[in-house]
Design a protein around this ligand. Sequence first.
Ligand code: GLP
Length: 249
Amino acid sequence: MFSDPRDIAAAAVGRIGAALDAADAMPTLGVATGSSPRTVYELLRTKHQDGEAALTQVAAVALDEYRGLPADAPQRYRAVLREALVGPEHTGLRDVDLHVPDADAVDPVTAASRFEATIASLGGVDLQLLGLGENGHIGFNEPGTPFTERTHLVRLEDSTRHANSRFFDGDIERVPEYAMTQGLATILEAREIVLIAVGEEKATAVQAMVEGPVTTDCPASILQDHPQVTVLLDEDAASNLEMRSASSV
Ligand code: GLP
């Protein structure tokens, strides 16, 4: 648990560096969107500018993507990730090495299989960054999603659309109803996972994820079954945890 968000970013970047260094071939980083990883990407950019770390020889796979947004919408996760990471002026990640689910495909089932095949061809994900939805979702796997699910099209819950409406000028009607997400089985195959949750609106989900039973009611609770997970929290997000007395969780 951290009181300074910069320490969360530093801890995440530390794990990313170690995981990418340890990878055999070209490493693969699983990237998330939302507010939580922003400071991580900021720090990766700073490090790249300082010549300390670069994603030039790294492949990146996105967790999820909205379906039905205009091609030039800045809220498209491909656009968000491009803006945050791609190019020598950011982290050195090459655009061709950024893989995002083709959520707008006419045939989403085939598109989802193609995305799974892409991950497999990259040798799997070395480290997957995750945020946490207020309802316990990871990626866009809403409560009730079977743990066995792989990349698939989902209908977003109204609560998720509401939470994400802050990226759409507060207008829930503009938030797409559908998205394509890596499934929980896909996410669980990452060799290492780093989840970041910040703010008291995440406190209930954090408690259910860490201390509750493993249940599809809280999709993130399946992370309890993964051997290599780091959960990085600020004090507000950690405020419901019984184990709160520990200095890091
Ligand atoms: C969205 C994304 C998730 C993300 C979640 C939390 O729903 N699809 O991948 O984890 O938001 O986002 P934030 O970090 O902004 O709280």
